[in-house]
Design a protein around this ligand. Structure first.
Ligand code: AMP
Length: 423
């Protein structure tokens, strides 16, 4: 006897079970609807990319690159031995790579793109933090803002409202650009260097490489954080005007936001606006529902013609969990009709009627088991069907529609079925 093996899902991953699927489908439907309504075009990029794309695109000192890469190596002995890819930790680098590779800068600008799919980060799993998770991502390339920055914040608010999440607040910051960031960096360096002994090992290491990252270190002493120089005090005139412009637009749209001076968003090539979304009262760093920012420098860094750009990644897993925690109910499942027959063997008739109903857009379940009518009906109820359509003869010339909730039933013709379901 071969030994029995018990294999479970990899750590930090989840199966989406049928009973959880409706809640996801509802969110996915909102994603598709809003993507279309806001005139985004769909793009899909591979789930893995050359590892140097992420190293350059996100910055060597980002957590995603430094600690959280899911590496994929070329097979030994193959011509790709020594090549390294990584499962994508975020969508922007791949989209910008595609934008450059396909010469998309010649398309009408600004370009508005959306994508939804799995991302991978090799971090220690905990509540709401997985190694595989799904993001809805929107990117606008070729628009310097601040209007588009406000538009995307409004879009995110609309998304959360549509999926039934209440009390979402945007946190906002501006981290300046190549003109003013160096001065801010110097100020942080001057502030944190004498305090290095009170910083975590990670932050001590980052002090020289990327002192902005110290601010989003979860272990940073709140007292040190409160006294640290604030990027908003170091903005150059152009960045200041951009930020003030964004705030004014958000006020005009009556969108709630809070300034968070520690919001630096880890990745090196972010410029100006940085944004994260939280449910009020759950502003812990692990609970961001979504986030994004402007990355005016990234396209050039990856070898393209410079273009201002902004992108948001909204986490679907945490959104579904948060909506459920608030008691948000998944939209009712579509009412399924179980096609059953008085004669246990009426397979051809069952299949023909099921097919005709599906042609008419009705969700149908049908099976090929040879069971008495009573058992077929029982099984339909257990499977959650709302209606049973009973074939009274082998071909289904005579049909009875039974409401499985009330037990009421009536005879009708096949072409009357779809209308009868909506009454
Ligand atoms: P980030 O690029 O880290 O700001 O991620 C954007 C959004 O993706 C976050 O606000 C989360 O909603 C979601 N997200 C990021 N990392 C994870 C993770 N490990 N597990 C689940 N969701 C995540």
């Amino acid at each position: 006897m071969p030994q029995k093996m018990k294999i479970s899902a990899p750590r930090g991953t989840r199966d989406l079970l049928p009973e959880e699927a409706p809640a996801w489908e509802r969110v996915e439907a909102v994603v598709r609807d809003l993507s279309a309504r806001y005139a985004f075009e769909r793009i899909e990029t591979p789930i893995f990319e050359r590892i140097d794309l992420f190293a350059r695109g996100l910055g060597e000192s980002s957590d995603a690159v430094e600690k959280e890469m899911f590496r994929v190596a070329g097979a030994k002995g193959s011509e790709e031995e020594g090549s390294e890819w990584a499962l994508r930790p975020e969508p922007t680098a791949g989209i910008v790579r595609a934008y450059i590779e396909h010469g998309m800068h010649v398309r009408p600008s600004p370009l508005r793109l959306w994508m939804m799919g799995p991302m991978f980060r090799y971090a220690r799993p905990q509540a709401g933090r997985y190694r595989q998770f799904t993001q809805w991502d929107v990117e606008v390339i070729g628009d310097p803002g601040p209007m588009v920055d406000a538009e995307l914040i409004e879009l995110a608010h609309r998304f959360y409202a549509r999926v039934g999440l209440r009390g979402v607040v945007a946190q906002l910051n501006s981290i300046g650009d190549a003109t003013c960031r160096p001065r801010y960096r110097e100020a942080l360096l001057a502030y944190f260097t004498p305090l290095a002994g009170r910083l975590s090992a990670d932050s001590q290491r980052r002090l020289q490489v990327n002192p902005l990252r110290i601010l989003d270190d979860k272990e940073l002493d709140p007292e040190l954080a409160a006294g640290a120089p604030k990027s908003l005090d170091y903005l150059c005139d152009a960045c200041r005007a951009h930020f003030d412009g964004l705030r004014e637009l958000l006020d005009r749209l009556e969108l709630r936001y809070a300034i968070n001076h520690r919001l630096v968003r880890g990745l090196d090539y972010y410029t100006r606006s940085t944004v994260e979304f939280y449910v009020t009262g759950r502003e812990g760093q692990q609970d961001a529902l979504g986030g994004g920012g402007r990355y005016d420098g990234l396209i050039e860094v990856l070898g393209g013609q410079p273009a201002p750009a902004i992108g948001f990644g909204l986490g679907i897993d945490r959104t579904v969990i948060a909506a459920q925690a608030q008691g948000g109910r998944a939209e009712p499942e579509p009412s399924v009709v179980a096609v059953v027959s008085a004669s246990p063997e009426a397979f051809a008739g069952r299949l023909r009627i099921a097919t005709a109903l599906r042609d008419a857009g009705v969700p149908v379940r049908v099976d090929g088991l040879s069971r008495k009518l009573g058992r077929q009906l029982e099984s339909a109820v257990k499977a959650g069907a709302r209606w049973a359509l009973i074939l009274n003869d082998a071909e289904g010339e005579r049909l009875t529609l039974r409401d499985l909730v009330s037990g009421e039933q009536r005879e009708l013709a096949l072409d009357e079925v779809p209308a009868a379901l909506s009454t």
